[in-house]
Design a binder for this molecule. Structure first.
Ligand SMILES: C[S@@+](CC[C@H](N)C(=O)[O-])C[C@H]1O[C@@H](n2cnc3c(N)ncnc32)[C@H](O)[C@@H]1O
Length: 219
């Protein structure tokens, strides 16, 4: 399958910023308590549903993958940036990290207990979100859980620099109601929706959505 055009810019930009991203962005242990609690709740939901492998998609330097591992999950990371994956492998050699696209997961149909996408789907152009969410639904087991965390809004940004380096990616903020609608169209039921206006002193709201695939065919 041909790679979506936007991914080349995402890869190049995160390869460039990787080391400073790691230095500047707080790990899960330093996150605001609500965000950390949502990641903890996601881990508990996956464990209660029987566990299974969990993909941290757009895993960056792998700190959330490792945090999920510490919460008892069999977690692995996927990221399009080889620079990010290199940092993740160096920090957590016991965990599996793969260079790849979250839009074409190397996972059999119905094989994952959970998928976490933390501040990573906003680089996907909104018109491609239906295909992306269909890919998540394909890879998740019946009753599998998805946690989406990131900024919500209604704007497209083309920053020229981030983390002290030039970047060429775009960020697409989508209203939370639209995200819910797209998840439902992909077959998910949204089980939790947490919004934090002005979270982390940002000028945008932070949103966490937990969604689940149907437990039985026809649900
Ligand atoms: C802002 S960073 C977040 C990293 C990590 N989730 C965290 O919270 O520390 C976004 C990451 O998503 C990755 N990414 C964006 N779109 C992707 C895609 N379609 N497939 C795989 N990785 C992607 C980027 O390469 C980058 O490492």
């Amino acid at each position: 399958m041909a790679e979506p055009v936007h991914l080349a810019a995402v890869r190049a930009s995160y390869d460039t910023v990787a080391a400073d991203y790691l230095r500047l962005v707080v790990p899960p242990e330093g996150m605001d308590p609500v965000s950390r609690a949502m990641i903890g709740a996601f881990a508990e939901l996956v464990r209660e549903s029987g566990g299974g492998e969990v993909a941290d998609v757009g895993c960056g330097p792998g700190r959330i993958t490792a945090y999920l591992h510490g919460l008892g999950l069999s977690a692995f990371g996927v990221d399009v940036s080889g620079g990010m994956i290199g940092l993740a492998r160096r920090a957590y050699p016991e965990l599996r990290f793969t260079v790849g696209s979250m839009g074409a997961l190397d996972a059999a149909d119905g094989s994952l207990g959970g998928i976490l996408a933390w501040y990573s789907v906003h680089h996907t152009p909104p018109e491609q979100l239906p295909v992306l969410f269909a890919e998540f639904a394909r890879a998740l087991a019946p009753g599998g859980h998805l946690l989406l965390g990131g900024h919500a809004g209604d704007e497209e940004r083309h920053p020229t620099s981030a983390y002290g380096h030039p970047v060429s990616y775009a960020s697409y903020l989508v209203p939370v109601g639209r995200l819910v609608e797209l998840l439902e169209r992909a077959g998910f039921g949204v089980t939790a929706r947490v919004e934090q206006p002005n979270a982390q002193n940002a000028d945008r709201s932070h949103v966490c959505l937990v969604a689940r695939t149907p437990q039985n065919a026809g649900d």
